[in-house]
Ligand binder design. Structure first.
Ligand code: NDP
Ligand code: 2IT
Length: 449
């Protein structure tokens, strides 16, 4: 519930303007609800229209993406880039290729990205883009032609000082390679810093592939240490999804001494009480682009169950949702609480519905919000941009150590903000307050209105 009249007016305007954009409303409401104390302290935010400006994207680009399949048949998808905020740096954020992609989902993601990027401490604004194209079941040639068509239009809107896209759901190393190749061709220029998540041989950074999942575990480890004098050691962990974020969260959680017992995809989940064998998962998902159910056929003692939501019935100490938005509702959260889980940290963007977060906080679970917990991916994208600028590459250990420092700093920054505003341990509010304060003050300093 928003109490403050100014914040309520801003929220009402967001809903009235775009009544169908439910995911965007959800993300904006979650942020505005926690900004009340800062808005009360800073009446100039209202007189200078900071919040009205903050919730409206600077620019939204929407374009046609025609491509030919392997039979020569033409298909037409829709491409987007939401350039939400360039207040503290060039627009920065991933591209998502998934049939569910629409303006509401991309606006919520770009909006969250502004605050996430602010929390990294690196100079990056917020953006998101993508298409309703579904890479699943497409040949490499089809994906390549789609990416080329997408970049043929997108290239004029991006640049290393303008807007730097990267991966997200459905966009990994293969897609970034095709996108970069087309950018280079149409521009006639090797601008390494125009995309991140690139291959290592053409300007990519070591540890970018691992960064989101690893960073999630680094932040969670710090949260357990500071708030519970505890760690991953000996804990049972459930992780949803089996993509980039889930795989490398599994790897790091195991390295930190935990046992990850379940993973999922949009069809169902696997349960391996002995601990997931990650080499098998990597072979299925990264080498064969297969489905997670293949794991149960290969590993004795493991089971596969249809339906991805059931994964949260498996008892665990630490829950890391790493698939997609809104996968944990209030009822699912009650099950997680009843099973005695101590901590939930969001690897995906907005995987927990507001009712779920409320359940966790009311039951005293530790809860780390996505904009802090999964910021390691974009932070390492920022480190990739730095390396591109200095035309040099850091070792895996150097990048990983910078990532660890950034994640520990993010935890302390959001925890300190929660204490400063008399909500100690409310890390969701702390992340919103700390992320917003920096952007808002720069908006005032730059006189953006
Ligand atoms: P991937 O495409 O590599 O993997 C996505 C995983 O989530 C797959 O297992 C996929 O299953 C599952 N999934 C996707 N959509 C749904 C759905 N509607 N219902 C159930 N499961 C679903 O993406 P990433 O791992 O990169 O991204 C996962 C999440 O992490 C997203 O929320 C993304 O925004 C976020 N994130 C990613 C970062 C990155 O660096 N990649 C950085 C920060 C956040 P299936 O194969 O069946 O579709
Ligand atoms: O949601 C995210 O932070 C990402 N998909 C990563 C974005 C990036 O620019 O690396």
């Amino acid at each position: 519930m928003i109490q403050n009249e100014y914040l309520q007016r801003v929220y009402t305007q967001v809903v009235t303007r775009d009544p169908d954009q439910r995911e965007f409303h959800q993300a904006v409401l979650e942020v505005l609800e926690s900004l009340e104390p800062i808005v009360v302290q800073h009446p100039e935010y209202e007189s200078r229209g900071i919040l009205e400006t903050f919730v409206e994207p600077e620019r939204m680009i929407c374009f046609r993406v025609p491509w030919a399949d392997d039979h020569g048949q033409i298909h037409v998808n829709r491409g987007y880039r939401i350039q939400f905020s360039s207040t503290i740096g060039p627009y920065k954020g991933g591209l998502r290729f998934h049939p569910t992609v629409n303006l509401s989902i991309l606006k919520f993601l770009a909006f969250e990205q502004i605050l996430k990027n602010s929390l990294t401490g690196l100079p990056m604004g917020g953006a998101k883009g993508g298409s309703d194209f579904d890479p699943k079941g497409k040949s490499d040639g089809e994906v390549m032609r789609f990416c080329q068509s997408f970049m043929t239009e997108l290239n004029r809107h991006i640049g290393q000082f303008v807007d730097v896209p990267a991966g997200d759901i459905g966009v990994g190393a293969r897609e970034i390679g095709y996108l970069f190749g087309q950018y280079r061709r149409v521009r006639g220029s090797f601008d390494a810093g125009v995309l991140t998540g690139k291959g290592l041989a053409f300007g990519g950074s070591l540890a970018r592939t691992e960064a989101t999942g690893y960073g999630l575990c680094y932040l969670t480890q710090e949260m357990l240490k500071v708030l519970r004098s505890d760690s991953f050691e000996g804990k049972t962990v459930v992780i949803s999804g089996s993509g980039n974020v889930a795989i490398f969260a599994t790897e790091k959680a195991a390295q930190l001494g935990a046992k990850v017992v379940a993973l999922s995809d949009s069809d169902g989940y696997i349960h391996d009480p002995d601990g997931i064998k990650l080499d098998v998962v990597k072979d299925i998902k990264l080498n064969r682009r297969g489905r997670i159910k293949e794991y149960a056929a290969e590993v004795p003692g493991s089971t596969y169950t249809e339906g991805f939501r059931g994964i949260w019935t498996i008892p665990c100490d630490i829950a890391l949702p790493c698939a997609t938005q809104n996968e944990i509702d209030g009822e699912t959260a009650k099950i997680i609480v009843k099973n005695g889980t101590m901590a939930v940290a969001e690897g995906a963007n907005m995987p927990c519905r507001p009712e779920a977060i409320h359940e966790f906080q009311a039951a005293g679970l530790l809860f780390a919000p996505a904009k802090a917990a999964n910021a390691g991916g974009v932070a390492t994208s920022g480190l990739e941009m730095s390396q591109n600028s200095i035309r040099y590459t850091w070792s895996f250990e150097e990048v990983d150590s910078k990532l660890q420092t950034i994640m520990v700093n993010i935890f302390h920054n959001i925890y300190d903000a929660s204490c400063a505003y008399n909500m100690p341990g409310d890390l969701a509010a702390g992340a919103n307050l700390a992320g917003f304060q920096k952007v808002a003050d720069v908006m005032l300093a730059q006189g953006v209105i």
